[in-house]
Design a protein around this ligand. Structure first.
Ligand code: ADP
Ligand code: MG
Length: 393
């Protein structure tokens, strides 16, 4: 099934108001009681239940009456809220085909007002593993709002903040354009993930560049933690762009050494296998790297002079705090352990968020025309009117 944005055009102001009310209720309820939704939405002419039925029909909500009568957002419902905000802000006007699907994200082409094609990443943290984590671990025990919605939003916020900061420091990353809820809009990288590339003109130069990036990240106090052939894009001129930042950690992380070595080893292994490189001599000249190498020829984290504080200072400026970092690290580490046990539980949302195969862009112009409620300002009004970039809880 596809991410069908057609329904977006047919949703009324009241539909979005009730959808937003459910989102707000989910801050303290996994399933939001129907009466609470009615109270938060406070539709001027009533009719919340009819609207709920309509949202349910479009699969934007999930109904649960096991303990009491209530609803929660589906991923599709959350997608619609984020996409509508992006449209209202004038960031995008159309959603196109799906260009990437990860375990914890879906990536679509989108178009901006001037027709530029951009990439939109919808984070799906916990899509397959959150429930397993929740049932097996205590991480989330004391916080009812540690749900997939919160985690996916945190992942997007982190990705956006890192992308911006990395770009400012001259790293080859997509340009971060905007972020709302679990959604990040960024420039579209030309080229392909390295995993799809069978031949390179200059594999030695490419691998030097890539290892140089790992080292330079460490010099800035950071480790990518998922640096592999899936998260490195390469264009026809063999220019490298790195993507996918939600799992990055500081060099002061207790497992920093292991993560750093793993990133380096992934690249070595890939280039050895795919391009038949014997890597010792390449790494001795690694581009931009004044790091010493250890006896195996690998750059070594301990010999890199690091400028600490990158995470704390620069990222906090984008609204991403140390606490956010701790929260998301706990989740990612827990999920990695559980995933490796392959006890994955898929949610019913999965069927709503898989491939969008058509090439046609779905234009969302009419969304821009959605009126904003002017009178009786309440919480839900302000959420609907002005979604601050990467808003915090
Ligand atoms: P995940 O966290 O799910 O691995 P990624 O950010 O790695 O998500 O994206 C998954 C895939 O989507 C990538 O391998 C790449 O093919 C594609 N992709 C992601 N971002 C972009 C972009 N900015 N431009 C072009 N393709 C992208
Ligand atoms: Mg990836």
């Amino acid at each position: 099934m596809k991410l069908n944005v057609d329904a977006l055009r047919h949703l009324s102001k009241d539909d979005f108001r009730v959808l937003t009310a459910v989102e707000m209720g989910m801050r303290n309820h996994e399933i939001v009681p129907s009466e609470l939704i009615d109270r938060i939405a406070s539709l001027r002419h009533g009719g919340t239940y009819k609207v709920l039925k309509n949202l349910l029909k479009h699969k934007l909500l999930h109904h649960d009456s096991s303990k009491y009568d209530g609803f929660r957002l589906t991923y599709l419902g959350y997608d619609f809220l984020a996409i509508k905000t992006m449209v209202n802000r004038g960031v995008i006007t159309a959603v196109g085909r799906q260009i990437g699907v990860g375990k914890e994200s879906d990536i679509f082409e989108v178009a901006s007002e001037d027709g530029t094609v951009l990439a939109m990443k919808l984070h799906r943290l916990g899509r397959v593993s959150f429930r397993a984590v929740k049932s097996k671990r205590d991480y989330l025990r004391h916080r009812s709002n540690y749900n997939w919605l919160y985690l996916s939003r945190l992942a997007a916020l982190k990705e956006f903040a890192f992308m911006k900061a990395l770009e400012e420091h001259g790293f080859p990353v997509p340009k971060a354009i905007d972020c709302n809820r679990h959604c990040v809009v960024m420039s579209l990288v030309q080229g392909y993930p390295l995993v799809q590339v069978k031949q390179l003109q200059n594999p030695e130069i490419v691998v030097e560049t890539i290892i140089g990036l790992v080292v330079r990240l460490a010099e800035h106090g950071l480790i990518h933690c998922d640096f592999n052939e899936f998260n490195i894009m390469i264009d026809d001129d063999e220019k490298v762009t790195m993507i996918d930042f939600p799992q990055m950690v500081s060099v002061s992380h207790r497992n920093a050494q292991m993560y750093f070595d793993r990133d380096v080893e992934c690249i070595f292994k890939f280039f050895r296998k795919r391009f038949n490189l014997s890597l010792q001599e390449q790494i001795d000249n690694a581009d931009g790297s004044d790091a010493d190498t250890n006896e195996t020829g690998r750059p070594s984290l301990s010999s890199i002079s690091k400028s600490a504080g990158f995470l704390d200072k620069e990222l906090a400026a984008s609204g991403f705090t140390r606490k956010d970092q701790d929260d998301i690290e706990k989740f990612i580490e827990g999920a990695a352990e559980i995933d490796s046990g392959s006890d994955r539980e898929e949610t019913e949302d999965e069927e709503h968020i898989s491939e969008l195969k058509e090439n046609n862009f779905k234009h969302l112009d009419s969304l821009c025309l959605l009126e904003q409620e002017q009178s009786s300002k309440s919480d839900v009004d302000s959420v609907m009117e002005k979604q601050p970039c990467c808003e915090a809880d």
